[in-house]
Design a protein around this ligand. Sequence first.
Ligand code: ADP
Ligand code: MG
Length: 259
Amino acid sequence: MSDQTNGTAPKDPGVSNELMIELKGVNKWYGDFHVLKDINLKVYKGERIVVCGPSGSGKSTMIRCINHLEEHQKGDIIVSGTPLTNDLKNIEAIRKEVGMCFQHFNLFPHLTVLENCCLAPIWVRKMSRSEAEAVAMKYLERVQIAEQALKYPGQLSGGQQQRVAIARSLCMSPQIMLFDEPTSALDPEMVKEVLDTMVELAEDGMTMICVTHEMGFAKTVANRVIFMDAGQVIEENEPHEFFENPQSERTKLFLSQIL
Ligand code: ADP
Ligand code: MG
């Protein structure tokens, strides 16, 4: 079964009908390997979407295509009204709107927490250093890590580093945040502090796509859960229905393995 579904704006008080991301018939190959097969997805402002599915199903590839960290070969991706083409102007415009957090934080190890956060605002947003530092401190406070501003990433725990990575993204004032398994590399006792930060972001109305296996997060924060397998969106639903009443055999199998 491969019932490709098409998101329509769900009835959720935090979700507007402003379309933020649209994927239309998106296909991607790595050489001969067909990694994304006709992906259709609409994401509205304020949505919190959790993407789950077996390892290798194309989750990372799909969200990396949204800010052109990977290039798709067929179909259309439109972010905040801007079509993602090879035009550098469009790619830059989209990257300004889309923040991304990865499993392995990707902080610059030779820069302090504060410097990590100031880099893009200074070089991309053309802020003055003092302005960028003020913005950085605001977001470091928001993720409750301001007191670590002058430390280097290696002096922080994994959970702290991930919160810095989130703050660093927020310094660019993105409209959309993409998370790719942000808690998978963390020791269990640090997962909660990162999830709490993500919950706060969601409560503030951030449009988010989160690849995660944290099903507690999916149940309480997501307004929509998307299940991918073998490069396709197999099923999507609001969380209660998704977990209580999965439709496809592949979704049932996946849920039986992780819950
Ligand atoms: P997921 O995030 O769901 O685990 P990925 O999007 O990382 O899946 O990968 C999907 C498939 O594409 C996997 O089979 C993976 O091995 C393959 N793949 C990922 N990146 C590359 C690459 N750069 N070159 C070739 N194959 C890749
Ligand atoms: Mg992945």
